[in-house]
Structure formats: C-alpha cells, structure tokens
Design a protein around this ligand. Structure first.
Ligand code: 5GP
Ligand code: MG
Ligand code: MG
Length: 179
C-alpha cells in the first residue's frame, strides 16, 4: 500500500494534534448542550471515531450513509440516503462530520435534508477542505486542514475503496489513478 504513495501531504502526528484541538474546541462550544455527532459513512468513519473520542462532554453518536452517483474521483451532487439516523433531531445541536468538503454539494444536501428535522443548530466538521473546488458556498465550522486541488487518500478517504487505512493524508502515484 505504502509503495503506491507519491507524497504525504499531512502526517499522522499532525492529524492527531489537530483532532485533539478540534475536540477541545467542540467540547467548549457545546458544553451544556444536547449534542448529536453525525458521521457520514464511509469516508468520515475514521475521522469521526477519533474526533468523537476527543470530545469530552456528553454527546450521542450516529451515522448516515449517502451515495453520490458519478465517476470514481468526482462528486456529481446527486444524492440518495442509504442509511438514515436513529435519533430525532428536534431541538438538538447537530454536528455533521465529513471527511472532506470539495464542491460542497454533499454538505449542502445534508444541511438541507437535516434542517427539515428542526435541529436547534446544524454545524459542520471536516477533516479536509478543498475551497478551490467549491460549486456552492458552504461553511466549514470546524476544519482540520485546507488541501490543494489534488485527489487525496488515507484516514478514511478512498480511491476505489482502497487506501482508507493509510494513517496519513497522501497523494497516490499517477499510474495508480490512471490504471
Ligand atoms: P463534495 O460533495 O463536497 O464535492 O464531495 C464530498 C465527497 O467527495 C467527499 O465526502 C469524498 O467522498 C469525495 N471526495 C472529494 N474530494 C476527494 C478527494 O480528494 N479524495 C477522496 N478520496 N474523496 C474525495
Ligand atoms: Mg464523504
Ligand atoms: Mg470515495
């Protein structure tokens, strides 16, 4: 797996430190509030579980899975909910946890979808942010790292379902993407 990596963009130590920082900030911001953390499968599963452990206030954990149709490395903005939440959101504080915000279409869809359930607030945490590719304006309330316009893998992010278990954020060798 490691031999397919061209370059490490963000190290494991940097990711760990950033998640601790985000966890502390979220814990302070939502202290005394009824917080539901919503991880978006599958990409955010690893970030979400690390972030959730870094949150030191009472909170609930739930997951959603959505599909977006299209090519392996592009988001089309057409979404379907494959797994929905167990919990009601009425009057609760919701934190959506995503792996990466690219065009912003997925977050826009999720915010529109979940805001219909009457949450008291709806915020977004994303490990990575690629603002140069935005098609719709999206606020990332808790951002790990800004990345340039490369297709990245690792820490939950895949290329054709592989490389999610890389511990760093990496760019793969061009021949891997071309194969
Ligand atoms: P958006 O809807 O913001 O365009 O894209 C969100 C989703 O596209 C992410 O949750 C992720 O699944 C996928 N995506 C966007 N950029 C990348 C990338 O650089 N690497 C990987 N592995 N997935 C990406
Ligand atoms: Mg995702
Ligand atoms: Mg993917």
């Amino acid at each position: 797996m490691q031999q397919d990596v061209e370059r490490v963009l963000i190290s494991e130590a940097e990711i760990k430190a950033k998640i601790a920082e985000l966890g502390a900030q979220i814990s302070a911001d939502f202290a005394g509030k009824d917080l539901v953390v919503v991880g978006i499968l599958k990409g955010a599963a690893l970030f979400c579980s690390d972030l959730f452990r870094a949150i030191t206030i009472p909170a609930e954990l739930d997951f959603m899975r959505i599909s977006s149709y299209g090519a392996a490395t592009k988001s089309t903005g057409v979404h379907r909910v494959l797994l929905d939440l167990d919990y009601t959101l009425e009057g609760r504080h919701v934190l959506i946890v995503e792996d990466i915000v690219d065009t912003g279409l997925t977050i826009k869809f999720l915010k529109d979808y979940l805001s219909q359930r009457g949450p008291a607030s709806l915020k977004v945490a994303a490990l990575l942010d690629k603002p140069s590719r935005r098609k719709v304006p999206v606020t990332v309330d808790y951002r790990g790292f800004e990345v340039p316009d490369f297709f990245v893998v690792g820490m939950g992010l895949d290329f054709r379902e592989k490389y999610r278990n890389l511990r760093e954020i990496c760019i793969l060798k061009p021949e891997i993407y071309e194969s």
